[in-house]
Ligand binder design. Structure first.
Ligand SMILES: *[C@@H]1O[C@H](CO)[C@@H](O)[C@H](O)[C@H]1NC(C)=O
Ligand SMILES: *[C@@H]1O[C@H](CO)[C@@H](O)[C@H](O)[C@H]1NC(C)=O
Length: 344
C-alpha cells in the first residue's frame, strides 16, 4: 500500500475522464459491425456519432466523417445499441422516445451519454491508458443471451428504473417489472483490456477482456493475455417511457421490448466503432481534464448543441418506424441476427 502511494506520487498519474452528450445521428436497421453490408440489418438501432456511418465501414473512420452529433468535433466514432419499443395489450408496438440525460447542455435531441474513463473515475491505476487504433471495433453483450444467470454475469450491462434523470441505483440485470416514474435508462460498459494486436475478432469480443466489477467500483488488473489498458467506454441511454405507464398490461407483465424481440432484457448489447481523428483521444487520456473541462481546446475541440443536432444520416432503409406498428421492424429479430452472426 505504501509502495503504491510513493510510486503514484512519482509518476503523477493523470486522471482524465470524458463524459459528453451525443444527439441521435440515425435510427435505422444498419449494423456495419455485426452485419456489414446487410441492408437492412436484423433489428433497429439508435446510432450516435460521426456521419460516415454506413452499412460497411472500413479504414480510418476519423478521416471520413465531416460532422458528428457528439460534443467533441474530432470524434467521428459510432456508438449504437438496440432501440426500445412498447408493446400494447392489443399487439401493436410503438418506438419509445429517447430523452437527453441530466448534467448535459440543454437541447440535445435524443442520443446517448458517452464516457471514456480511466481505471475508475479517480485513478488510472498507475497505468498508461492507450487509445484505440484506427479500425478498432468491439461489441459487448449479445442478443442470444436468454437467461437471468448469464445476464447477471455481464456486470457492465444494466437497466435503471428512473425516479428522475439523476437516479443511478439500483442497477438491474433485466427490465424493471413495474412502471418507472422517470423512464428507463440502459447502461452499457465495454471491457477495457485489449490484446494489443487485433482491432477486431470474429466474435467482435475476444480481442477484449473485462475486469470491471459492479458500477463505480475499481476494475481489476488486465491479464497477460490482454495486457493493454484502453479507456473504459460506457453508454447511458434514457428512454422516456412515461407516456406508456398508464397502458401497463393488466396481467402485470413488462411491456417494453428491445428491438430484437427481448422483453426480459437479458440480451442487452452495444456496439463501438472507434473514429477519433489522429491522436486526439490519446491526448485527452494523457491529460488530466475531466468532463466539460476537456472542451474548448483543453485539449479537445468542441461544438455547441445546435451543431450536434444538425448532423444526421438519412436512413438507408425505407420503412416506417413511427406511430403504432403491427410488428417489430424486421420481425425476424433475434433469430435473423443469430443466423447472420454464425454465417460470418
Ligand atoms: C453509404 O454507402 C453507399 C454505398 O456505397 C453510398 O452510396 C452512400 O452515399 C453512403 N452513405 C453515406 C451517408 O456515406
Ligand atoms: C392499439 O392501441 C393503440 C393505443 O390506444 C391504438 O392507437 C392502436 O391503433 C391500437 N392497435 C390496434 C391494432 O388496435
Amino acid at each position: 500500500m505504501k509502495w503504491y502511494t510513493v510510486s503514484a506520487a512519482l509518476i503523477a498519474p493523470s486522471q482524465a475522464a470524458l463524459r459528453f452528450g451525443c444527439s441521435t445521428l440515425s435510427i435505422q436497421r444498419l449494423d456495419p459491425l455485426v452485419e456489414p453490408g446487410h441492408v437492412p440489418s436484423a433489428h433497429v438501432h439508435q446510432i450516435v456519432g460521426g456521419n460516415a456511418f454506413n452499412a460497411t465501414m472500413t479504414g480510418d473512420i476519423g478521416e471520413k466523417g465531416t460532422c458528428t452529433t457528439c460534443t467533441f468535433t474530432e470524434d467521428f466514432s459510432n456508438y449504437w445499441t438496440a432501440d426500445m419499443f412498447f408493446k400494447h395489450e392489443n399487439g401493436s408496438y410503438k418506438k419509445v422516445p429517447i430523452m437527453q440525460n441530466t448534467a448535459l447542455p440543454n437541447g440535445i435531441i435524443g442520443g446517448m451519454t458517452i464516457y471514456y474513463t480511466q481505471k475508475d473515475f479517480n485513478s488510472n491505476g498507475n497505468q498508461k491508458i492507450t487509445a484505440f487504433p484506427p479500425g478498432f471495433r468491439m461489441t459487448v453483450g449479445s442478443p442470444t443471451i436468454d437467461t437471468l444467470d448469464r445476464a447477471k454475469k455481464n456486470v457492465g450491462l444494466r437497466f435503471v428504473c428512473l425516479q428522475d434523470k439523476g437516479t443511478r441505483f439500483p442497477e438491474l440485470p433485466d427490465f424493471p417489472t413495474k412502471p418507472c416514474k422517470g423512464g428507463i435508462m440502459t447502461v452499457h460498459h465495454f471491457p477495457a483490456c485489449w490484446d494489443g494486436k487485433n482491432v477486431d475478432s470474429p466474435d467482435h469480443q475476444s480481442h477484449m477482456y473485462n475486469t470491471a466489477k459492479e458500477a463505480f467500483l475499481e476494475a481489476g488488473p488486465c491479464p497477460s493475455s490482454h495486457p493493454v489498458r484502453v479507456p473504459q467506454v460506457a453508454y447511458e441511454t434514457l428512454y422516456d417511457t412515461t407516456q406508456f405507464n398508464n397502458m401497463w398490461p393488466k396481467d402485470g407483465s413488462n411491456p417494453f421490448y428491445l428491438a430484437y424481440g427481448d422483453n426480459k432484457g437479458y440480451g442487452t448489447h452495444a456496439d463501438y466503432l472507434f473514429g477519433w481523428k489522429g491522436d486526439s483521444l490519446q491526448k485527452a487520456m494523457d491529460s488530466s481534464c475531466m468532463f466539460n473541462a476537456c472542451e474548448n481546446g483543453r485539449p479537445l475541440k468542441s461544438q455547441g448543441v445546435a451543431a450536434m443536432n444538425n448532423c444526421a444520416v438519412k436512413s438507408a432503409i425505407k420503412e416506417n418506424l413511427d406511430g403504432w406498428l403491427k410488428e417489430l421492424p424486421g420481425s425476424g429479430g433475434m433469430k435473423a441476427r443469430r443466423e447472420v452472426k454464425f454465417k460470418a
